[in-house]
Write a protein that binds this ligand. Sequence first.
Ligand SMILES: O=c1ccn([C@H]2C[C@H](O)[C@@H](CO)O2)c(=O)[nH]1
Ligand SMILES: [Zn+2]
Length: 131
Amino acid sequence: MTLLDAARDVRERAYAPYSRFKVGAAVRGVSGQIYRGCNVENVAYPEGTCAEAGAIALMVASGETELIEVAVIADSPSPIPPCGGCRQKLAEFGKPDTPVLLATTSGRTLATTIGELLPGRFDMSHMSGIE
Ligand SMILES: O=c1ccn([C@H]2C[C@H](O)[C@@H](CO)O2)c(=O)[nH]1
Ligand SMILES: [Zn+2]
């Protein structure tokens, strides 16, 4: 099973009664293991979580903190760009050249990287002045 297949499968489990926009994400840890996540919405709208965040949480809870590949899929006219918060979350555990495959359920894809999605990211170097 490819990473995109995993993202496609878990998308079916998305809980998105408010937006009706189901998203599936899968990340591959450096071990080779695949971790899946879907968006989980809430009646208090800001409490919803993104698919990417769910996949990352599962990876970390499973004992991995390094991801080497990402796939995200949604039923949209063009591949969806991860939100700003998810870009920062992906950057925490990946590298600038880590591949990210964005896809639509109709088969359109866009290959990018974490660095392209979040240039100039906030990182530890910006906190070097903190005691
Ligand atoms: O990259 C994205 C973009 C959006 N969503 C979710 C959040 C919300 O539940 C729904 C509509 O924004 O899609 C994700 O999970 N990932
Ligand atoms: Zn997000």
